[in-house]
Ligand binder design. Sequence first.
Ligand SMILES: Nc1ncnc2c1ncn2[C@@H]1O[C@H](COP(=O)(O)OP(=O)(O)OP(=O)(O)O)[C@@H](O)[C@H]1O
Length: 947
Amino acid sequence: MATGGGWAPARSVERHGAPRGGGGTRSKSVAPCPRRPSPSPARSRPAPDNGGSADSCRVRVAIRLRPKNSEDLAYGSDFDSCVELQPESKRLKLKKNNWICESYKFDEVFSENASQKRVYEVVAKPVVESVLEGYNGTVMAYGQTGTGKTYTVGRLGKDDPSERGIMVRALEHILSSMSFETDRVAISYLQLYLESVQDLLDPEKTNIPIVEDAKTGEISLPGASIVEIKDLEHVFHLLQIGEANRHAANTKMNTESSRSHAILIIHLQRSSRIKEENSSLSNDTHDIFPDDLPLVLKSKLLIVDLAGSERIDKSGSEGHMIEEAKFINLSLTSLGKCINALAENSPHIPTRDSKLTRILRDSFGGTARTSLVVTIGPSSRHYSETSSTIMFGQRAMKVVNTIKLKEEVDYETLYKKVEREVDQLTSEMERQQKLMKNEKMQLDKKLKESEGSFHDLRMTSNIRIENLEKEKCQLESAVKTLMRDLEEERGQNNLLSEQIAELEKLVNENKQQQLENLSRMKIFTDTTKEHEKEMEELLRQLQEERRCSSSLKDRMSVLQQELCDAQSSTQLQESMAHELEKKLTKVTEEFTSQVQSLKEKISELISEKEVIYEELKSTQEKVQQEMLHRQGLEDQILRLKWSTSDICAEESKTSYGMVRSGSGLGNAAFVSKSGKIREALSGQRGTISKIFEEVGLPNVLALLKSEDLDVQIHAVKVVANLAAEDINQERIVEEGGLDALLSLLETSENTTIHRVTAGAVANLAMNGSNQGVIMNKGGARLLANVASKTEDPQTLRLVAGAIANLCGNEKLHLMLKRDGGIKALLGMVRSGHAEVIAQIARGIANFAKCESRVISQGHRKGRSLLIEDGVLTWMVANSTRFSHSTTRHIELAFCHLAQNEDNTCDIIASGGIKELLRISRESPRDDARNLAKMALDSNPAFLREVQ
Ligand SMILES: Nc1ncnc2c1ncn2[C@@H]1O[C@H](COP(=O)(O)OP(=O)(O)OP(=O)(O)O)[C@@H](O)[C@H]1O
């Protein structure tokens, strides 16, 4: 249950009406706010006959006559009612006796039949509506005990709505008119008993003080319960509580007489917006309050059920009841005095004389709209009380109030709104602060990063500058060195240029000679072709002549036939036949001479042809000799080259420091001559290179497929020469030269072709990347095939050289064995030719060395691939039979095989231990001796055999 302090403290704006009809002291209650002419309440809801100006509002008084009760009826036999009502004229006639009668006009006169509803609508409803608009209001019942005050005001009528009195109907009216979202209604229910204000809703609360606001004059009862209500049920509940707590006593006049003044205060608070169109606030007020300031209209409705105003003696009060009656009379007398003073515009209103007048200060001569219902009984027995009651009502009608509208700032709503805005602003501020903090952190981070980057950059720049300066110094010294070297090279170049010029001169001469030979060959070929053509023509003519001759013979036989016929017929015909015979003879002679002449021509041509053939033959022999000479030189180059390549390979691959002292040919004399040969060959190869450049590799390779054997041989020689140059080796393979060469090995029956082609393949096999291609294209198989067919030592030497080159590639070993390369290599031993055997030994050494390396690296296992084809046996048997270089190859190959433990059994079986011991002791080569010792020391089986 809320208390009076629960309502928001108010800063009020009051609307003042016109000067009041009375109660000048009331001006004290006006707040010191800017004043403005108060709008009339009638503007929003005209008040019916308020009896004053638009702002002033007279207290309205209605008379209600109670129906006769049983007591009245008991006395009614000897005296009629003293009251006569004239509702049409709103008048009441009070009859003292049959000849004295006074008439009074009231604002309304309700007969005994008037319904509760009508009484409410006339008396209370305008006040309630005014309260709903924000004005204070008072509805009060005044009258003698038992005349129906409580009936009119406080009847609950819970079960019978028609019985409901003003309190219930007013609250019903208010509850139905307000908005529960924005408006609030609450009640306090008090009684004034023995001059003590008591809370009827909380009877413990007694002696509730009456407080008057010094500024506004507003009366409040701090401590009184203020209970907010929401529905009518609650209203009934609270009023029932109040009713139960109200003091009542059984007086003579009313068995349920109320001995206290009951005061129901309805507190109403309604929201109001200053911007509303119908707002009646002045511009001044707008200046005070912002447009969106929440305002509330606060109003109060007092519904007062006064205690009975009877005389003590009449009411039969005794003892305590007399005391009660005295207090009741005191307060009512005081009220009467105030009303009298107000009615007479007295300067002094004795409101402080009683608590009732203090509480009702605003209701009479104050700011409230007040309606008074005066209840009277009909009985003439109570004429005097009825008369005084009527006079009270008459005086009260003279009291004019100045109603004021009071709007207050709704600080509670405002506080909540401001609190919400503050919350929003705080959260926004926090959000902004957070954002700013984050931004600051990011900026700080970026700044740090920038500083770091700048520092790094500066450091890097300094280092780079230092490096650049160092590089600059180095470059400068390098430039100086280069300039010196350049000068030296220039001197050497000049020498070389002179040598080149001489060589070019030689080449040109050689070329000129070659060209002449070629042109002569071409002329001869052309001449031969022309003669062949002429011979063909002559033969054709001869054939033609023969056909003519045959046809002439046919003709002659016809003519002879005709002649015979003629001879047999007439003499004339004989002479004609003679003539014809002559002609025939002549023709035959001519024919014979033509045939003869043709025969002579043919024999001349044949002899010419023979001469040309002779010339051609002699030219071919010259070319052949030249080619043979060149071939010899090429062979020597090849030998030199292979020997050199092996040495290079040995030096680059071996880990044993093997160095070959001799060439692959094993010819020491050749080595001493190699300088001269190289010189001679360089000129020859230069020539071929020139031809190659001019003719082009595709054209040269195309000649490999020529049907002319000589051309083919020469082409192979040219290709073999080109293949001797490292620079050409891969290109020849790429352009299809290898395919053409292998095709020649396979298809050609010519020994020269085999020899030169084998040389060309051997040259190409010097190139590591070509070796796999040669193997993949069946090169080893074809070489083995050639080796098996020929006994020509040069061919065998070149084939062995080619296979020896392939032996130097460990990746091809298995394929080489599979294609019969090893078998063929060893098979060529049959030649007995030192140069062939030198190539075989070189190949075996290459193979054994590479195989040993692969096995030692763990890439392969098992006995040597050479053993199966009998190479080991041959080596053991022939290691010392050949030249030094060949012996060295064999010894090294044997020592490499001895490094592989998987070969142990074969070596022991072939008698290789003896050979190993010999090599370890007698070999002139350190590397061979070391390898042999290593094999003997590391292999327990060998050690056992040695022991
Ligand atoms: N207008 C009326 N119509 C019917 N009955 C009425 C009327 N007025 C009063 N009475 C009846 O008269 C009796 C006395 O009424 P009520 O108690 O209201 O008088 P009262 O003025 O309040 O008396 P008190 O001052 O002693 O409290 C009640 O029984 C009530 O029902």
